[in-house]
Design a binder for this molecule. Structure first.
Ligand code: SF4
Length: 511
């Protein structure tokens, strides 16, 4: 069965995605699937009549490339315009798993959950429906747990510009909700391809953990993939590392919180054996209080010059509010240890616009950075800073983007750069667009098509809102407003691991 599996970005970016590699390898291992890869700048020989076309969407703004690739394949953009002659278009990946609704009209199927379960289930169900009509296939596939068929659900609104009034399956034969599928095995993903053409050249990637047990209230990386799962050291990680070291000397340990693996110390000790002295080691993220002198010097000896820790804010009050269990003392200790271990730089991640943030909290961040700079003057200190963006399935999904954030980023820039601290803000305007997509409903699909004709600046989005203002809620509603806890969320038909009532309790109380 011919299948195209696309990544809506360049080959270098796509092949560096472990998720993309894992899905491709799963299809490639099946004898009943002939899979061809497609990127925006490269493709394998493509079948003339693919039966399935899949996209892995990891970054919101890549949706424009999904449109371009569908055009390239001569497939109508909208599911409703496709005919019996067109393949079924499916999508997966973090963007679609969190909130598929802005893209719902463009996909025939959306896979919600872990590929280890869903991919084989999709292919097996499809094989059994292969000779059926398009609509029978969609109805049949909608019965598979974790496969969401958006066209089989109707959404109504309280008014053309108002919030959602109802989301209902078209009839009783369609499941009322789609439950996210969770893989519980002890072997996680590893690279299927090692190439100098990847964004991280020749890296062999090993997924050490999935999700994060810390559950910071805003954090999609934790909440979207709960429960926290760890790869078995003996059965998964060490054999994978051995396999990787046969083909490259660069190993990347991936996961939202790699150092939270219960046997991380043993893993590190394994990699620190003398025969691996030449190995270059990259670690995606470490918890601040796990930056020990041993870890810092191990990384320094293995080609890592700088380490990244997420502190979110210099304000203890805010860190407590978001459930970041981190004392200022621990941040200071991490800075000392990084310097003592021989690292050249330490990058901290912070965020402005956290719900309830005031000017005093920003002052606290400035004061903390000043203290850190004085404590470790030889260390190159960087603060990367984003703006809080509400994410579906997190306890902060109801809170909007604080319009003060842009000014707060500017203030941090002024105060920190003058002290020799490298300050790297993420674009506020991009955060606004991210929030729009993050909390968008199906009415946004027309907007996304319209923006395509205008260019992808924030101005283009505003212009598109103006042109379509009779047909959807205003930009402020999606991006900045605090939503009513009892309103129907666009993604509410997706059943994640945490019940809605629990998310409400974990928030800040009634807004
Ligand atoms: S520690 Fe990091 S990855 Fe874990 S929940 Fe908090 S922000 Fe997310």
């Amino acid at each position: 069965m011919p299948l195209i599996f696309a990544f809506p970005n360049t080959y270098a970016v796509g092949i560096t995605s472990l998720g993309y590699q894992m899905v491709w390898a799963t299809f490639a291992q099946r004898s009943d699937v002939w899979v061809s890869r497609l990127f925006t700048d490269a493709a394998e020989t493509l079948p003339r009549q693919p039966e399935l076309v899949g996209f892995s969407l990891s970054w919101e703004l890549d949706y424009g490339n999904v449109f371009d690739l569908l055009d390239f394949l001569k497939i109508p953009l909208r599911s409703s315009d496709r005919t019996e002659a067109d393949p079924l278009v499916f999508g997966g990946g973090p963007v679609l798993t969190a909130n598929p609704e802005p893209f719902a009209d463009f996909f025939d199927l959306i896979l919600v959950g872990d590929g280890e379960i869903l991919l084989d289930a999709l292919i097996e169900a499809y094989q059994s429906l292969r000779s059926a009509s398009r609509s029978q296939k969609l109805r049949g596939l909608a019965q598979v747990p974790g496969i969401y068929v958006p066209s089989l659900y109707g959404v109504t609104y309280t008014s053309p510009q108002g919030p959602i009034a109802s989301i209902q399956p078209l009839d009783d034969s369609i499941p009322e909700r789609v439950s996210k599928q969770t893989y519980r095995g002890n072997t996680l993903s590893t690279s299927a391809i090692v190439t100098p053409r990847a964004a991280w050249e020749n890296i062999f990637m090993v997924e050490v953990v999935r999700s994060c047990p810390e559950m910071c209230r805003f954090c999609l990386a934790s909440y979207l993939t709960l429960p926290f799962r760890t790869a078995s050291l003996e059965e998964s990680l060490l054999p994978a590392i051995d396999r990787g070291l046969k083909v490259t000397d660069r190993i990347g340990l991936l996961g939202a919180s790699v150092t939270q693996h219960p046997e991380f110390e043993t893993l590190l000790a394994y990699l620190l054996q003398p025969q691996y002295a030449h190995v270059r080691l990259s670690i995606a993220s470490v918890r601040t209080n796990t930056v020990t002198p041993t870890l810092a010097s191990a990384l320094a000896q293995h080609g890592t010059q700088s380490l990244t820790i997420a502190v979110e804010s210099g304000s203890e009050r805010l860190r407590e509010l978001i459930n970041k269990k981190l004392e200022t003392e621990a941040i200071l200790q991490a800075v000392y240890n990084a310097q003592a271990g021989g690292l050249q730089g330490l990058k901290l991640y912070g965020m402005v616009g956290i719900p309830t943030e005031t000017a005093a909290d920003i002052e606290a961040t400035i004061a903390m950075m000043t203290t850190l700079k004085k404590a470790a003057p030889q260390l190159r200190l960087t603060l990367g800073c984003s703006t809080f963006v509400p994410k579906a399935h997190t306890p902060f999904q109801w809170y909007g983007v604080n319009p003060q954030s842009e000014k707060r980023l500017q203030l941090l820039q002024k105060k920190l750069r003058s002290q020799g601290i490298d300050f790297r803000p993420e674009s506020y305007k991009w955060s606004v667009i991210q929030a729009l997509i993050s909390r968008g409903d199906r009415r946004l699909s027309r907007l996304l098509e319209t923006v395509r004709n205008y260019g992808d600046s924030l101005g283009s989005y505003r212009r598109a809102f103006k042109a379509l203002k009779a047909h959807l809620s205003p930009l402020e509603y999606y991006v900045h407003e605090t939503w009513d806890r009892d309103q129907i969320l666009p993604w509410s038909l997706l059943q994640g691991p945490i019940p809605l009532e629990t998310l409400k309790k974990q928030g800040l109380g009634s807004p």
